[in-house]
Design a protein around this ligand. Structure first.
Ligand code: LLP
Length: 420
């Protein structure tokens, strides 16, 4: 089947010229649009792990959404852009299965509400006498995601408090004097509606067990987007139906416990994936037997999702003048790393495949679409490759929001030891 033709909605050649390649580009308007899509929920809490650049957090904040934090670093990012953990609706909540020591210190210092994923976290709060609002992330015993690696429910998942252990946790929290003010469930990423819709019932059951201390429930994240285009695209999730399902769960809980309950949603991918693009340059074109390879200056050090999950990202290609190329010839798209898994066209399990793409030459620009979530955020310095710059586009204006890392930046933390 011929690939659908969808071009990147910005001047690709200009981005490459002004910022070099590889380079991330985000469109602010798309982030704002996606936040508006889910604004029926009382609170939209952005899972910043998807894209935690400070300027992106600022855009999210200005659009009215809160954030979660899964590490000390993410707490500090939230504070840096002005989120207030002590506000009535907390600007930032720490959600994790453990506290490392630094995170626990920050939670104490800034009074950050905590969403615990293990009973040990409760003990560690109590040991230090840290009194912060406490919610519980429950593993409802089932989960689902776009890959086994992102399924966060069921007995093979390390996440959340196992649903059958909730009564014991509630008893212990009462004993220690910690009212459980909310419940949270996140069964996985890129789930489908059928799976997401089962969570509401599990939430009602859990909330009734905890009782009247419950003031908030969170539907977690996991909302999917369609990475494929044209005929291959998956239909968008029915957000109204999704909200209504959760609203119904919320109303059932309110009726039983006799007071209002705030309904939160915690998407990462849905808010930022479609805003983001990775622009790379084709640096070599070669044939290996019957397969044509386009080798780029971006690798899995930049965008790891294809190598890690066999994830699909739509690709468009542009000539040096910026005109989009058309055509459909099978090619493998790979990166520069000294590692055979550094291939963007592969399926889960590491099977290299070809993609039907326009015929291209060295110097042409290749763009990965829908790369705003878990793109730059998952980049690394493997092979001593610097992190690529990030650029934010608003109304045609391009702003550098993270400069390209220099080699000196990478080496700064190291000293050759004396005996060398
Ligand atoms: N809330 C919690 C507690 C989570 O663990 C996650 C994602 C989210 C919300 C946001 O999930 P989302 O709405 O983005 O699906 N690196 C993978 C995704 C891993 C997600 C981990 N937790 C990927 O590139 O697909």
């Amino acid at each position: 089947m011929a690939s659908p033709c969808e071009s990147a909605p910005f001047d690709v050649a200009r981005v490459a010229r002004e910022f070099g390649t590889p380079c991330w580009l985000y469109r602010q308007s798309m982030i704002e649009r996606r936040i508006a899509d889910v604004s029926r929920f009382d609170v939209v809490r952005f899972a910043q792990k998807a894209c935690s650049n400070l300027s992106i957090l600022k855009v999210v904040k200005d659009a009215g959404a809160m954030v979660d934090a899964v590490s000390a670093g993410e707490i500090v990012r939230a504070l840096r852009v002005g989120y207030d953990p002590r506000a009535k609706v907390p600007g930032v909540v720490y959600t994790a299965d453990i506290f490392d020591r630094e995170a626990l210190d920050l939670v104490e210092k800034h009074q950050v509400p905590v969403n615990i994923g293990s009973a040990d976290m409760l003990e560690q709060l109590a040991e230090r006498g840290i009194r912060v609002p406490l919610t519980v992330r429950i593993n409802p015993g089932f989960g689902h995601g776009h890959s086994r690696k992102v399924n966060t429910g069921g007995d093979l998942s390390k996440h959340g408090v196992w649903h059958e252990d909730l009564p014991a946790l509630v008893a212990r929290a009462n004993e220690l004097g910690y009212p459980i003010s909310g419940l949270h469930m996140h069964i996985g990423s890129g789930s489908d509606f059928a799976h997401l819709s089962q969570v509401g019932d599990a939430m009602v059951k859990a909330a009734l067990l905890v009782g009247s201390s419950v003031r908030t429930i969170s539907a977690g994240g996991g909302l999917p987007i369609s990475y494929r285009k044209g005929d291959e695209a998956t239909p968008p999730i029915d957000l109204l139906a999704y909200f209504e399902l959760w609203d119904c769960a919320r109303k059932m809980i309110e009726k039983k416990i006799g007071h209002a309950v705030t309904l939160e949603v915690e998407p990462g991918r849905y808010l930022v994936a479609e805003s983001g693009y990775l622009v790379a340059e084709i640096r070599a074109v070669k044939n290996q037997g019957k397969n044509r390879f386009y080798l780029l200056d971006a690798g899995f050090t930049d965008l790891v999702r294809p190598s890690f999950y066999g994830a699909y990202h739509y690709i468009s290609i542009y000539g040096k003048d910026g005109a989009m190329l058309v055509g459909s010839e099978p090619a493998v798209v790979a990166g520069p790393l000294c590692e055979s898994g550094d291939v963007f066209t592969q399926e889960e399990g590491g099977f290299v495949t070809t993609r039907d793409l326009p015929e291209a030459q060295v110097g042409d620009l290749l763009v990965f679409h829908d790369a705003g979530a878990y793109g730059a955020a998952m980049s690394s310095n493997y092979n001593s490759r610097p992190l690529a710059p990030e650029v934010l586009e608003r109304g045609g204006e391009l702003r550098l929001i993270r400069r390209r890392q220099s080699l000196e930046d990478i080496f700064r933390l190291e000293e050759p030891c004396a005996s060398l």
